[in-house]
Design a protein around this ligand. Sequence first.
Ligand SMILES: CC1=C(CCC(=O)O)c2cc3nc(cc4[nH]c(cc5[nH]c(cc1n2)c(C)c5CCC(=O)O)c(CCC(=O)O)c4C)C(CCC(=O)O)=C3C
Ligand SMILES: [Fe+2]
Length: 351
Amino acid sequence: MGLEFDAVLFLSFGGPDKPDDVRPFLENVTRGRGVPPERLDEVAQHYLHFGGVSPINALNSAMISSIRDELAARGIDLPVFFGNRNWHPMIADTLAQIYDAGHRRVLVFPTSAWGGYSGCGQYHEDIAGALASLEPEAASQMVLRKLPQYWHESLFVDAAGDAVRRAAASLSGESQPRLVFTAHSIPDAADRDSGPPAQGRLYSRQVRAASERAAAAAGFAEFDQVWQSRSGPPQVPWLEPDIVDHLEDLAAQGVRSVIVSPIGFVSDHLEVVWDLDNEAREKAAELGLEYVRADSVGTDPRFIEMAVDLIEQYRDGVVPQDVPLGVGDNGVYCAGGKCCRASVRRPRPAD
Ligand SMILES: CC1=C(CCC(=O)O)c2cc3nc(cc4[nH]c(cc5[nH]c(cc1n2)c(C)c5CCC(=O)O)c(CCC(=O)O)c4C)C(CCC(=O)O)=C3C
Ligand SMILES: [Fe+2]
């Protein structure tokens, strides 16, 4: 077998910890991405509204501590390290620590369930970039294996479905609620190019499929799929409809009550608490809609169980013959290097 993994890297997006972090964080996120400065000013205000502190870091720390507990409960002796793409602890610094601690075989758990450039390809790039920051002699000793996309895992969709059920139970019951699932919008071209060549639209297909299963788990025969947090210049098409526009449509159709599930996100980070708990909630109030937001899956013990199942399954270095999407070593993109590359190319250290 040979390839026993000896450490775990929990890899996430990152977010600011204080007001002075907000601008440099946003610059890291959008470097080379063609996001207009007005959009950055607007998003900076969302962070400053919460004192310049994103909830994402505390949420990730809580998930990591639960993952450590679950590993210990299963008698699995693997240290869990924390690194991010866009803010401290930065993945390159964490990888240097991992190396110095003597680990050479690292399983990487990403906080995105999905394919697509932002949800998968870019995490591969983060790994490649961090390796390129080590001395070549050190880098050549490392194997960083990214774990698979997990949007279809039963523990994931059941956790999402259960959150919908809890949200539904909190409604007045005066009218039949409409169930709406939301995920991060991406440029339409990025969705078209996501997944193995000739398949395409992997991201939106995965999101819909997961929503369908979560809806069924919650006992709903129907749901609407919408998108949120669009950025980029207005003339560039992104996935639609937007959650806020959709609420207007629903009100116009005579709907009185809405359940919104942020299935696209693992935890209640800033895009959830701002776009859904502020913007969408306000719009709903203005329209006279009863509105409830379902929890994200990160607080559900089943999500932790799923993460640790994956770690346990991949720990001995054996990969299923049909390599699942999302799995790749040292930043090689999925599907033999063909999957989920950026539709707006930016230089990566490995090129
Ligand atoms: C698919 C997807 C996920 C889900 C998968 C995953 O979780 O990885 C995700 C997660 C997140 N997105 C986040 C924040 C931001 N995303 C931005 C920008 C963008 N996201 C995109 C896509 C996604 N994003 C895209 C196509 C852009 C345009 C720029 C580009 O093409 O790259 C911007 C820049 C400003 C703006 O344009 O809004 C910010 C601040 C946070 C952290 C929130 C916190 O701090 O709590 C998280 C978890
Ligand atoms: Fe984002």
